[in-house]
Design a protein around this ligand. Structure first.
Ligand code: SF4
Length: 64
């Protein structure tokens, strides 16, 4: 899988430098997620989701 940059830093697949380590991810449309992506990767801030419903990525899993 190509590098996936992600700022959801409370997901168990998230690692430093905003890289996802999941083997596969499922992402829904902005319409479903409600927010447009920030395309300035170098300026992205952490965006913890707390729950799967808090992110457009349905592969999210809590670190707990
Ligand atoms: S939220 Fe999705 S893209 Fe982000 S680290 Fe978790 S699995 Fe990867």
């Amino acid at each position: 899988m190509p590098d996936v940059n992600c700022t959801v830093n409370d997901c168990k697949y998230w690692t430093n430098k905003n890289l996802c380590t999941a083997q596969q991810i499922v992402v829904q449309s902005d319409e479903a997620g409600g927010f447009s992506p920030n395309t300035q990767l170098s300026q992205l801030s952490a965006t913890p989701a707390k729950t799967k419903d808090g992110t457009c990525c349905q592969t999210y899993q809590s670190q707990q």
